[in-house]
Ligand binder design. Structure first.
Ligand SMILES: Cc1ncc(COP(=O)(O)O)c(C=O)c1O
Length: 389
């Protein structure tokens, strides 16, 4: 129940990767046949990655994952505009609910002297494109808004935002790490200039991802070296990882309708069952949400305790996003929806995947009610509320 954190690698992908560890292990930059074989297969993978987002293969830069792709997109553009730091008005627009892989490089740029505007969201996590348009200034060079939120699953109006950035001649970056394979995306129709994706969220291996960089946009590299990936990302290419990512994109494209139907049915059953618990609520948007995401809030419950009790029953869920759940700070995403710190702490995310079954959903649904009840019996908050009820 935590596929949003990561997914198992599809057995077909493992099979496709194996020869690139053992047989076709050549350095894809070498010009002997070992290298050429690897390089040809990398080119095929590039096409698969490009196809899932409607890009051209020349517009795909391979990276080590979502975090690197986000950093490369944001810093890579900002470093081209270092001279703009003295001008007034926001240089970069982003949202308050971005993943730390976007927020942290942006905070770093803020320290370097760039001015940032953080767009708020409504109580369901939606961004208002009008607000994006009103906030763009003549000095804005980049808008970075995620396609879908990793915690609450809300899907943002990417196409409307793309139209606005295009009209204003501003570059548009979207973190699509959670959306790829679940939300249909077309970088041309959606007017996206930069798009981050990561293999391990889509049944591929960890430590590999890609950044779509629209031609003829050029980024300042974060790594300087042999000039790989059109000079934007030096370093010997991770051939097995890239083969895995390519295969993951191909599978996701072929299975899109089947996966969507399956996940939607399971997600909606889970939501219906869990909301039968007294004083339970769904966080995020009721309909504009990822097919695999169900995020709940329970009155007078401590999410960490709920998480631990579920774990004892063999159920893996998430309290914050996986990357930040080791911190005890309330989630910045939930606070941005207008929830109190207590309400944020009483929340939990279930995220399902391709191999989830209706039996899994029934098992979780059955376990949830008694666990919530037993936690509430121990909760001074619940008892106090009961007295006033
Ligand atoms: C929306 C989003 N962006 C970026 C990342 C980071 O991706 P990676 O783990 O590949 O670095 C994640 C991972 O949880 C994510 O959910």
């Amino acid at each position: 129940m935590d596929y949003g954190a990561t997914t198992p690698v599809d057995p077909n992908i493992i099979t496709a990767m194996r020869p690139f560890f053992e047989k076709t292990f050549g350095n894809p930059s070498s010009i002997h046949s070992y290298g050429i074989d690897a390089s040809e297969m990398i080119s095929e993978s590039r096409q698969h990655v490009a196809s899932i987002i409607g890009a051209h293969e020349d517009e795909i830069i391979f990276s080590s994952g979502g975090t690197e792709s986000d950093n490369l997109a944001i810093k890579g553009i900002a470093y081209k505009h270092l001279d703009k730091r003295k001008t007034k008005g926001p240089h970069i627009l982003t949202s308050v609910i971005e993943h730390p892989a976007v927020l942290e490089p942006i905070r770093y740029l803020e320290k370097l002297g760039f001015s940032i505007a953080y767009i708020p969201v409504d109580s369901t996590g939606l961004i208002d494109p009008k607000q994006v348009e009103e906030t763009i200034s003549e000095n804005t060079f980049l808008v970075s808004i995620m396609t879908a939120n990793n915690e609450i699953g809300t899907i943002e109006p990417i196409r409307d935002i793309g139209r606005i950035t295009k009209r204003h001649g501003v570059l548009f970056h979207t973190d699509a790490v959670q959306a790829i394979g679940k939300v249909p995306l077309d970088v041309k129709k959606d007017s996206i200039d930069l798009l981050s994706l990561s293999s391990h969220k889509m049944y591929g291996p960890k430590g590999v991802g890609a950044l779509y960089v629209k031609e003829p946009v050029r980024l300042e590299p974060l790594f300087h070296g042999g000039g790989h990936e059109k000079g934007m990302r030096s370093g010997t290419l991770n051939t097995p990882g890239i083969i895995g990512l390519g295969k993951a994109c191909k599978l996701a494209r072929n299975r899109f309708e089947k996966d969507t139907k399956h996940l939607e049915k399971l997600r909606d059953t889970l939501i219906k069952n869990v909301l039968q618990i007294e004083e339970s609520y769904l966080n995020g948007h009721p309909t504009k949400r990822l097919v695999n995401n169900a995020h709940f809030r329970f009155a007078a419950i401590e999410g960490e305790s709920l998480h631990m009790m579920l774990d004892r029953e063999g159920i893996a869920a998430a309290t914050g996003s996986a990357c930040s759940s080791k911190k005890l700070k309330p989630s910045h995403v939930l606070l941005a929806l207008g929830l109190t710190p207590e309400e944020s702490h009483g929340s939990i995310r279930f995220s399902i995947g391709r191999t989830s079954t209706i039996e899994d959903i029934e098992y979780v649904s059955e376990k949830m009610m008694p666990i919530v009840e037993s936690l509430r019996k121990m909760s001074p908050l619940w008892n106090k509320e009961e007295i006033t009820r």
